[in-house]
Write a protein that binds this ligand. Structure first.
Ligand SMILES: [Zn+2]
Length: 78
């Protein structure tokens, strides 16, 4: 209750995540899994984020998203 209020005022810092979930097949595919095929959910606010298994990190921001796409392009070129 208080945590929800804090989130609303200051924004959630997304400090706790669920275990990463890898989505396979053509079933329900959350927006967050479109990028990497794997996503995590914030345990505090419930938002979903793409997860990069290779770097073992959550992709939260647009710049991290661009970095991820750039790293894929580099691997494909090599
Ligand atoms: Zn959060």
């Amino acid at each position: 209750m208080i945590a929800k209020l804090v989130d609303a005022v200051f924004g959630c810092r997304h400090s706790r995540y669920s275990f990463p979930v890898t989505v396979r097949g053509a079933g329900r595919r959350p927006q967050a899994a479109m990028l990497t095929g794997t996503y995590v959910a914030c345990l505090d606010c419930g938002r979903e984020f793409p997860y990069d298994w290779h770097e073992m990190k959550v992709i939260e921001s647009q710049s991290e998203r661009r970095e991820y796409i750039a790293s894929l392009a580099t691997k494909e070129a090599a």
